[in-house]
Design a protein around this ligand. Structure first.
Ligand code: S3P
Length: 170
């Protein structure tokens, strides 16, 4: 089927929800570019996210994230995967609502933890008890992610192909 995407599909949700994997597949199915806000921030800064957090702090990272989001949303419609915190700022949500469609990839805490536990790349989880930290972040953010226009369940036994299909259905 030929699609003409009118708005950017913006994937939001927790670290480990599968935004990048699902987004890559979704973009392929829709024949549009795939962009990842974290990757764009890293390219622009020539540093990894972890380095930006360590050197300049989270507030600096969030400012960069908003700038990059705004820039990407002004481009041609595409599939855009965002960092887990990108949907929290009201200004970011407004920009997304104006130029895109937010899709929350919902996943349960156990699945998120399984996926992020072995990765040392996420600065917010560098704490003495990262599982508890993840649970706290999840609890605080879930009501905000729920503001997304659409939501799709991300499950461990779903393939990325299936997930991308579910987003298209939604
Ligand atoms: C963050 C999630 C990360 C990255 C940064 C902060 C968050 O992206 O943007 O470490 O606040 O949840 P992923 O959701 O792609 O892991």
């Amino acid at each position: 089927m030929a699609w003409r995407l009118k708005k950017t599909v913006v994937l939001v949700g927790m670290m480990g929800a599968g935004k990048t994997a699902v987004g890559t597949q979704l973009a392929r199915l829709l024949s549009v570019p795939f962009l990842d806000s974290d990757e764009e921030i890293e390219k622009a800064a020539n540093m990894t996210i972890a380095e930006i957090f360590a050197r300049d702090g989270e507030a600096f990272f969030r400012a960069k994230e908003s700038q990059v989001l705004d820039r990407l949303l002004r481009g041609r419609p595409c599939v855009l995967s965002t960092g887990g915190g990108a949907f929290l700022a009201e200004a970011n949500r407004a920009a997304i609502a104006e130029r895109g469609v937010a899709v929350w990839l919902r996943a349960d805490l156990d699945l998120l933890w399984q996926r992020v536990r072995h990765k040392a790349t996420r600065p917010l989880l560098r704490t003495p008890n990262p599982r508890e930290t993840l649970a706290g972040i999840y609890e605080a953010r879930a009501p905000i992610y729920a503001l997304a226009e659409l939501s799709v369940e991300s499950r461990g036994d779903y393939s990325v192909e299936r997930m991308a299909g579910e987003v298209i259905e939604a």
